[in-house]
Design a protein around this ligand. Sequence first.
Ligand code: FDA
Length: 290
Amino acid sequence: MKLPFALARRFVAGESLDAALPALDPILGSGRFITLDLLGEHVPERSRAEGFATEYGDLVETLADYRDRRGAPPEAVGISIKLSMIGQVIDTEFCEANLRDLLDRAKATDLFVRLDMEGSDITQSTLDIFERVYPEYPDHVGTVLQAYLKRTYGDVARMAELNARVRICKGAYAEPATLAYPGMPAIREAYMDHARTLLTSARYPGIATHDDQLIEAVKAYTTQEGITADRFEFQMLYGLREETQTDLVRQGYNMRTYVPYGTEWGPYFTRRLRERKENVFFVLKALVKG
Ligand code: FDA
């Protein structure tokens, strides 16, 4: 049974790009940057993967056009994609070819493409594909690393060696204790270790979190080390901590809002509910309002 979209509206900007676009104006207008995310994951059929590859390509062009009409700078608008939607779980060469086509269009329009990170079964494959394309598109592609994974210490060191652009997040998938730290204190500690390395040794990291402890720790660390606010950005999800997002902009920080849209919002929506009981409350409130 498909749930009504009204439930997800707080976290998802619309079921189509046209429906989502009006949500972008106030975000850009408040001085924030945007990354658009067409929702979906793990596409096992070649024809559907081709369809998503085409949709991503069109998205790049629509957004570049939107950005230029708004007179926004290139870094203000980007996209986040999931390789598992364009063939990663079918055939990695097919996926890489789809990605290269997309990056050609991104480079031509000067738009940044972030490869989201999914479950640990495809972490290595995501990083392998990233490393294969990165030398040709160093300014237009970056990836994501997850602090809950124990392997991330090695991956952060490698990304610093490449001077790649990394988004660091805690990690949103259910992972076994053999691979991931189970408790919040250990995840926060790892997160800050990685944030420090990326801030000092890699290019323009994305600090993706809604967690005040981490935000304050990053602010304190960058001030102490003389890392200026133009060398990194904070990132948060659409519909969460709106006031904190605009406060950070007022304090002089770069802030990017991750804006998901699309009909396949179920798994994304479920992860947001699992993360935080207050999110369940927002949904119940929307239900009551009708
Ligand atoms: P978390 O949910 O751990 O909460 C920690 C504390 O922060 C809370 O106790 C509370 O104090 C505060 N807090 C959190 N939310 C709040 C709210 N709404 N209001 C007030 N206080 C709040 N994951 C992944 O696996 N792959 C990916 O590619 C991405 N990409 C991504 C992009 C962006 C821009 C973001 C922000 C996140 C991701 N994630 C992700 C998700 C990420 O891994 C993680 O699951 C969520 O960000 C939740 O972790 P947090 O650190 O944000 O807060």
